[in-house]
Ligand binder design. Structure first.
Ligand SMILES: Nc1ncnc2c1ncn2[C@@H]1O[C@H](COP(=O)(O)OP(=O)(O)OP(=O)(O)O)[C@@H](O)[C@H]1O
Ligand SMILES: [Mg+2]
Length: 251
């Protein structure tokens, strides 16, 4: 598979604390890449680097490169708003806007200046179908999104992303607020979405990483300890540190 994001010697400092240490990683297109590792190892920090969400945090300093489709996203000339459209993010807690279901899905289009109802209707239906939510909400598109069950809220957040046609979807523990049935539905959805999108997921759940991902990176104290095909990481890790973690001997 061709590479979409290439991370080279990435260092990140929160003030004087170094949270990422010389991280190298290649993220391929149309696969699911999982980032695993103990709490505080830098998974969310690394994920946020991929669409420059860390720019919003005061006192962050970054060195190294993140090349997306060949261009360093940290170049002075990079357009961050466009970058965040092309690389969208889904968070731990679903965060629909306090609008209707419909208002959430077409939000990005409206911001981009779209006014034609026919086009917005089309995009809303297509995105809700792609997020496996259409059948749940088609009769109540005008109802408040915050009234939906949590798992539907999370799929709505995914639909809202799909509406603006990203290339990469970043997910930071997208199932951590969900029960096992809702979790398995999101996992199936991810497997469906990877046909069209490249997905990077942070998860604490090693079963989840082994079920859905194609490649896995194991991080510890800001370093990428090992990265490779998921089957290898879980069955024959190259490094002892990885083995200790996946067999539960860590800590
Ligand atoms: N805004 C911040 N300011 C200062 N330090 C931070 C900030 N955000 C994270 N850190 C520190 O950076 C390190 C990495 O944090 P990060 O949230 O990326 O870890 P994580 O692997 O996602 O952990 P978890 O599994 O608990 O979500 C931790 O030591 C954390 O305390
Ligand atoms: Mg985290």
């Amino acid at each position: 598979m061709p590479t979409t994001i290439e991370i080279r010697s990435l260092n990140l400092f929160y003030g004087s604390f170094q949270a990422l240490k010389a991280v190298d990683l290649s993220i391929e297109k149309n696969i699911i890449t999982a980032l695993i590792g103990p709490s505080g190892c830098g998974k969310s920090t690394l994920l946020r680097c991929l669409n420059r969400m860390n720019d919003l945090i005061h006192g962050v300093r970054i060195t190294g490169e993140v090349r997306f489709e060949g261009k360093n996203i940290y170049d002075a000339t990079a357009d961050v708003a466009t970058l965040r459209k092309r690389i969208g993010m889904v968070f731990q807690r679903p965060n629909p806007f306090p609008l209707s279901v419909y208002g959430n899905v077409v939000y990005g289009l409206k911001v981009a200046g779209e006014r034609e109802k026919r086009i917005m209707d089309e995009v809303a239906e297509r995105s809700l179908k792609a997020a496996w939510l259409w059948d749940n909400v088609k009769d109540r598109l005008d109802r408040p999104a915050l009234g939906l069950p949590l798992d539907q809220q999370q799929r709505l957040c995914i639909a809202r992303l799909l509406a603006i046609q990203p290339e990469v979807i970043l997910m930071d523990e997208p199932c951590s607020a969900l029960d096992p049935i809702a979790t398995s539905k999101i996992e199936d959805l991810m497997l469906d979405l990877k046909r069209e999108y490249s997905i990077v997921i942070v998860t604490h759940n090693m079963q989840q990483a082994s079920r859905v991902s194609d490649s896995t990176g194991y991080m510890l104290l800001g370093e990428m300890i090992e990265f490779g095909p998921t089957a290898n990481i879980f069955t024959m890790p190259a490094r002892k540190l990885t083995e200790d973690y996946i067999t539960g001997k860590y800590g």
